[in-house]
Design a protein. Structure first.
Length: 259
C-alpha cells in the first residue's frame, strides 16, 4: 500500500529549499511507495485548501503560527476517514525509512501517533478513529484560534507516542550527534534559525519578494544541523530535486497571509 504523506507548506515559494530536502530525504530512505501531498493555501475555490479572507470563505488563518498550521487537523477528513495518513511540517530532514512509522501498530483507544499530546509536527493519523476525536472540518476551517486550542485539547490516553525512535527531533534536542540512530526526523522548529533561509531569503529578494516570517534570520545554534541541511540540499539537487522543481508561477502565488 502507498504511504500517504501530507506536508504543510507555504504557498508563495518561500520554502522551496526545504521542500527539496524533505522530499529527497523521504524518498532516499523509503522502502515503500510514497504519495506526497503538499498542503498550501489556494485562491482556487475548487482546492481543498481554498482561502479567501476578503469573502470570509474557506480556511480562515488568523491566529495560525504559520501559513499552514491548521491543515494537519483536516487530513483525516480529506482522506474520508479511511486508512492511515502521515502529517509532516516542511522544515524537516528525514533520516530513516518512513515505512517504520507508517506500520506502527495502533493501540486501543488511540487515534494518532505523535511526540506527545500537544506536539503534532509529525503525526500518524488513524483516520477512521479520528472521526470521533476531531471537530467537523468546516468548524476547523472557520473557528478562530481552534488550531491552537486543539493542540491542547486531547487527553494523554488518546495519543500514542513514538515506539521506534524519535520521529520529531526538535532542533537536535539533547543528542550529542544529529546523526544518532535514534533520530528518525530532524525538525528545525525555530523559524529564524532554519538553515534554508540563507538560500531562500536572497532568492526571494532577487524577485522582490519576502519570506512569510518577518523575523530576522539567525544562524542555527547547532553546526551539525546546518551541515546536514547543506549536505542534503546538494544531494537533492544532484538527484533532480532542485528548488526550481517546486516553484509555482506568479499566477498561482497565493499572496498575503492573514495570521
Amino acid at each position: 500500500m502507498t504511504i500517504r504523506i501530507f506536508v504543510g507548506t507555504p504557498a508563495n515559494n518561500e520554502d522551496l529549499e526545504s521542500q527539496a530536502v524533505l522530499e529527497y530525504s523521504l524518498r532516499k530512505h523509503a522502502s515503500e511507495p510514497i504519495d506526497l501531498i503538499w498542503m498550501k493555501l489556494s485562491k482556487n475555490p475548487e482546492s481543498y485548501w481554498y482561502s479567501d479572507r476578503a469573502k470570509n470563505r474557506g480556511w480562515l488563518t488568523q491566529s495560525w503560527a504559520t501559513p499552514f498550521s491548521g491543515f494537519r487537523w483536516a487530513i483525516p477528513a480529506f482522506c474520508h476517514f479511511q486508512g492511515r495518513a502521515i502529517y509532516l511540517d516542511v522544515d524537516m530532514i528525514v533520516m530513516a525509512d518512513i515505512a517504520e512509522l507508517w506500520h506502527t501498530k495502533a493501540q486501543d483507544g488511540k487515534f494518532c501517533v505523535a511526540k506527545n499530546r500537544d506536539t503534532f509536527c509529525t503525526t500518524l493519523w488513524f483516520c477512521d478513529r479520528a472521526a470521533n476525536s476531531l471537530p467537523p472540518v468546516d468548524r476547523i476551517k472557520t473557528k478562530y484560534a481552534l488550531y491552537a486550542h486543539l493542540r491542547k485539547a486531547f487527553r494523554e490516553d488518546q495519543i500514542q507516542g513514538f515506539s521506534n525512535g524519535n520521529w520529531n527531533c526538535l532542533d537536535g534536542e539533547s543528542y550529542a550527534s544529529i546523526r544518532d540512530p535514534d533520530i528518525k526526523i530532524v525538525h528545525c522548529t525555530s523559524i529564524p534559525t532554519q538553515p534554508q533561509l540563507k538560500y531562500a531569503v536572497p532568492r526571494l529578494e532577487a524577485k522582490g519578494q519576502k519570506h512569510w516570517s518577518n523575523k530576522r534570520p539567525q544562524k542555527h545554534w547547532r553546526q551539525d544541523i546546518i551541515e546536514l541541511f547543506d549536505e542534503m540540499l546538494e544531494e537533492a539537487k544532484l538527484a533532480g530535486y532542485t528548488p526550481e522543481k517546486y516553484e509555482v508561477p506568479q499566477t498561482e502565488i497565493f499572496g498575503k497571509y492573514y495570521r
